[in-house]
Design a protein around this ligand. Sequence first.
Ligand code: ADP
Length: 643
Amino acid sequence: MENNNLKNNNEKPDNNKNNKKLNIIILITVLVMFLMLISITAMQELANSKIQITYDEFVEFVNDGSVSEVTLSGSVADIKFGPEDGVTLTKKVGETEIEFRNQKEATVNLVGNENALLELLQGKDIRLEKVTPSALGSILSSILSIVLPLVIFIIFLNMVMKRQGSGLMGMKGKAKSYVQKDTGVCFDDVAGEDEAKESLQEIVEFLHNPERFSRIGAKLPKGALLVGPPGTGKTLLAKAVAGEAKVPFFSLSGSEFVEMFVGVGASRVRELFDEAKKQAPCIVFIDEIDAIGRTRDSRSGGNDEREQTLNQLLAEMDGFDSSKAILILAATNRPEILDPALLRPGRFDRRVVVDRPDLKGREAILKVHAEKVLIDETVDFKEIALATSGVTGSDLANMINEAAILAVKYGRNAVSQKDLFEAVEVVLVGKEKKDRILSKEEREIVSYHEVGHALISALDKDAEPVQKITIIPRTLGALGYVMQVPEEEKYLNTRSELNSMLVGYLGGRAAEEIVFGNVTTGAANDIEKATKLCRAMITQYGMSEKFGLMGLESRENEYLDRRTMMMCGDETASEVDREVMKMLHEAYEKAKSMLTENRDVLDKIARFLIEKETITGKEFMDLFHNAIAEREQETCPSVSTMN
Ligand code: ADP
């Protein structure tokens, strides 16, 4: 059962956020400084400013004897007025005239009237002074008022950019900082990916002993693309190749190439390859290559920086000859969006699939990671592997670590099977949320809901056995859940198994309706899963009578969220919707009738669960069998005969 009010409370301090804040603060500081400088200069100018008068006004003032001193600098003259209380100047601003009284100084532009000035002043009691404007002074003042703020601004901008890894003056690549002389990882550290390891084994031999291959003219593949879901060990595998071949390992993430400035990524690629060539034989690993290797098209508006980086990468891959023994490994979980130019032979000509591990793989991965912790004799890795179908290597590594932490918490000296099972739950559904206290009524609803799911699976022979039922809320949002573990790993599901699954998903909601005559929001996740399954049965698996074998949907990305895309007309799509509704309705009715027929069993187990909060699969099955046996006894009591 799902808690719909779950909020994502990620309150961890986030480095990125801090960086952003700092950048914003720096930018604001720079802007404020810039504005201050501008306003100071403006104020200075204002303070120094003298009212400018026209030449005609100047002539008038000269003639009426108001001017006492003229200082000529170039074609601008500074005027000092004689009268003690100054003169009154008028200025026209737009339509209005403003009077400036008691003005002692003014300036006048003499352009074109320089020669007439001497004539004008002749014979008058006016002191004339000529000064040469200082070139240095004007240069200095322009530096101070324009260049200095600009320089300060550029320095700060550069600092901000550097924080983001792309300083204006430090745009060069940083390949050197990503090289590892010895990764310390070998193929034995990568478990359960035998096929992937096999295809990389010969590359290792080539790097180890290039002459052996080049003697008969064989060329080392230039690149191999590791494709698979996140956390399946692609990076680990690339490191293992370098570790086995005992060559340096350069690693960079695709997103690190793409920067704000066009050309930075390309220069980083160049730098990386220059460095790699110096250290050949070596391995260059580019994680998330889809960040730069996305198909170049004009649809998405193009991205000059990314395209330039990709072009540079393609050019570099063509540029070095394979005898140099540089191998480029790249990882992606979206191979379908890569540019075809990257995938052609001579570039990433090998594709190594690193998929989610199967049962054996999961067991092997658990064992590899368990070597690093102390385990006791109760541990059965196969059982854990069975309970973790569909998880990735990184989840399993995480589970072992969680189990070790739990063992310490419980004061044990070694990890036990119980810790491991608890760790599986922690990774899959989150930790127990002890502080969330459900009301009595809510506990009843959750209990009936979960037992509804479990009872359907117990009644149906096609369903997976129940391992555990609990009504303790979990941090990832579940208010309770049923853990089902298959007896063996399945690669195929029959139609009847899928139908049972569908009825099982809706069993929780059916129990709520039967028992309480009302329904809650807790079935949202069940409904989503049931609808997805129904749709897949109709559109992908050809399991509906109406559409038969017609393929109506295709998978968009195999390794990420496995989103699908409809491949039919609108009318067919709405028919599919109707068919989904019909199937869901039928499954729901079936769930309701199964639970109604077994209402007594449902009540008994639900009551027990409310009391205990968590019951094991064995307890559940015992209760189930007892309740069925009791009912049979009640309906046909054994006849005792007396002779
Ligand atoms: P990817 O690059 O595919 O996203 P990683 O290589 O970064 O995944 O794997 C993350 C971690 O998960 C590894 O460091 C390792 O501890 C663990 N892991 C994943 N797959 C395996 C595996 N097949 N064997 C052992 N450990 C694994």
